[in-house]
Design a protein around this ligand. Structure first.
Ligand code: AMP
Length: 598
């Protein structure tokens, strides 16, 4: 269907005066020092994410307000007020202390979206323990790799996830001292008796611990969160964030999500990924709103029912979910009414223009795309409530964020040399001027890789984009081979390595293949060792092997056999060529192809 290039907002789209009402003036006046001053802080210049998110409210008029409301299909809702969340997180911090775990230690969480996960993350942050969330749909290998690389001291997980995904590879995680087990539903009252060495029953420990507040001593530049993200080559990279990131979480919750105190908010992202952590867990609490947490997986009818019955006012979701809702048809949405809903936003992958318009038809409101990544720690570019949308565009840089488009002067320079492209409409790499508080402060154990991300004071995002004459940014693609499937970033190398462990596989090359719902699906090409025959049984065996090791979220959905994979003369698999051939696109420059023309 032909749609106009601009979606003009009407009075019906704006149900509350927005925080960002005059873009140019507010961008001009914005200073991060002022944004920092909007938080309470700690005596002597300290800062702590969990204190701002929980304790600050628990000590004031919001003490009795519901902070988190957990819902599940077959269980009654569980609610935690700000006051109760403060007590539970104090208690969890005391449990860690009693185990000799203190500031600087690394805690991993692997659990569904449950009270235990939220309490563990916030309690650990209070104590200055560095937190890494893991996605519960990961298989044993991605879990073991991340805990090993991140030198995890403590893991909080459920008894079933532990038995299925952690115990089999525990020998590969030598630093892991304690595994704190919780029940599947994350209720901190259900005990999980265990006599396995190195595992403890968290509920029993919580019951025995005091809920005396622990001393909070973190400084703005102390490490807080370690998020693993994927690159084109090598193992996943641990992007390190500090407590000062809370300033960005708060400011962007205000400008990009337009959170107001009375909001009932729902972020559908899993806390195993950065969106679920920054905007599922931290930002809504910073604004003292009530946040819905659904333990179930996607279901169109359930989601509409929740939006309606939970009276959600601000909804933050993702393109894959929106495409699945679109597939289910507008009629399903129309069986519900969403009078409370006033703002809908999306992140993680390109949002099709059609989806922006669909929002208005099905939900009564357009969908607002925004852009950021693990390394930026918070939303950088956004469509916000007050402004017209150019469907297909990611929006404009938020106050305090300076973005530009750059071109590289040399292909592989170290440090990279870039030039800012001033005229609008030209495609190049999206870059951000450093200075926003949630910028990652390093890749764990990889200073060289970190330095390669910066050209002077510009952070290079690895995304290709263009800016139009009105200052809107348009996503063009990734500059590397990383795959975005259902909003999850997947490193081809991790998938290839798991496939190579299969005795029949000689080599593997993995690409993202465009998919109408997932954005991209993971497709693998493999060549076989002598003595193995390419047939359906082997293909199914490879799919099963990958799924078992990597988990459903990361494993390839399609596998094809090739006699040999295209490689460069230096031996690197040319994923770009595999992709071009798969999609029937021009093969581009093949001069470095092994056996190709010079
Ligand atoms: P992650 O670090 O997993 O959050 O993934 C970040 C990457 O997701 C970005 O570098 C982009 O490639 C992609 N991405 C995030 N938001 C958007 C968006 N609104 N439009 C297009 N791509 C996006």
């Amino acid at each position: 269907m032909d749609r106009p290039a601009i979606l003009h907002k009407t009075a019906a789209d704006l149900r509350l005066p927005p925080h960002l009402a005059d873009y140019a003036a507010q961008c001009r006046a914005f200073r991060w020092e002022d944004a920092r001053a909007a938080l309470q802080g700690l005596p002597g210049g300290g800062l702590n994410i969990a204190f701002e998110a929980v304790d600050r409210h628990a000590a004031g008029p919001l003490r009795e307000r519901i902070a988190l409301r957990f819902v599940a299909r077959d269980a009654p809702p569980v609610e935690l007020s700000y006051g109760e969340l403060a007590r539970q997180t104090h208690r969890f911090a005391q449990v860690l202390r009693s185990l000799g775990v203190g500031p600087g230690a690394h805690l991993f969480v692997l659990a569904g979206r449950t009270p235990a996960l939220h309490v563990a993350v916030l309690g650990a942050l209070k104590l200055g323990v560095v937190v890494t969330p893991l996605f519960s749909a990961f298989g044993p290998e991605p879990i073991a790799t991340r805990i090993r690389l991140g030198r995890g001291d403590v893991l909080v997980t459920t008894d079933t996830l532990y038995a299925r995904k952690v115990r089999p590879l525990r020998a590969q995680m030598p630093t892991l001292r304690h595994v704190l087990l919780v029940a599947e539903d994350g209720a901190l009252a259900s005990t999980i008796p265990t006599d396995e060495p190195g595992t403890l029953d968290l509920a029993a420990r919580m019951a025995a611990a005091s809920d005396e507040p622990v001393a909070i001593t973190t400084r703005p530049d102390d490490p807080a969160l370690l998020h693993f993200t994927s690159g084109t080559t090598g193992t996943p990279k641990g992007a390190l964030h500090v407590h000062d990131a809370v300033v960005t979480h708060h400011a962007t919750g205000r400008y990009a999500l337009d959170l107001h105190p009375e909001d009932r908010y729902w972020c559908t992202a899993d806390p195993g990924w950065v969106t679920g952590m920054s905007y599922g867990l931290i930002a809504p609490l910073l604004h003292g709103v009530t946040s819905l947490v659904d333990r179930e997986e996607f279901d169109a009818e359930r989601w509409y029912t929740l939006l309606e019955s939970e009276r959600i006012s601000v909804w933050y979701t993702a393109p894959t979910a929106i495409r699945m809702l679109m597939k289910a048809g507008v009629a399903l949405a129309r069986r519900h009414a969403f009078p409370a809903l006033r703002f809908v936003a999306s992140v993680g992958e390109p949002l099709n223009p059609e989806a922006v318009w669909w929002g208005r038809e099905a939900l009564g409101l357009p969908i607002h795309d925004n852009w950021w990544q693990t390394e930026t720690g918070g939303i950088m570019i956004a469509n916000t409530p007050a402004f017209d949308i150019k469907p297909g565009s990611m929006g404009r840089p938020l106050p305090g964020v300076e973005a530009c488009i750059v071109e590289h002067l040399e292909a592989e320079g170290a440090p990279p040399q870039v030039r800012v492209i001033e005229p609008p409409g030209v495609e190049g790499e999206l870059a951000l001027r450093r200075g926003w508080p949630s910028m990652f402060r390093g890749y764990l154990d990889n200073e060289v890789r970190y330095r390669k991300c910066f050209a002077g004071d510009l952070y290079l995002t690895g995304d290709l984009a263009r800016r139009d004459a009105d200052g809107y940014y348009w996503f063009v693609g990734r500059a590397d081979d990383v795959i975005k499937s259902a909003g999850h970033l997947i490193g081809p190398f991790e998938v290839e390595s798991a496939l190579m462990e299969h005795p029949a596989v000689a080599e593997a090359g993995v690409i993202g293949k465009p998919d109408p719902v997932l954005g991209e699906l993971v497709k693998a090409f493999v060549s076989l060792r002598a003595g193995h025959e390419a047939n359906e049984a082997l293909r199914l065996s490879l799919l099963a092997h990958a799924r078992l090791r990597l988990g459903a979220a990361v494993a390839p959905k399609e596998i094809a056999f090739l006699p040999a994979l295209p490689r460069t003369r230096s031996g690197k698999i040319m994923r770009r060529l595999l992709k071009a051939r798969e999609l029937g696109l021009p093969e581009g420059d093949t001069s470095t192809l092994e056996g190709g023309s010079p």
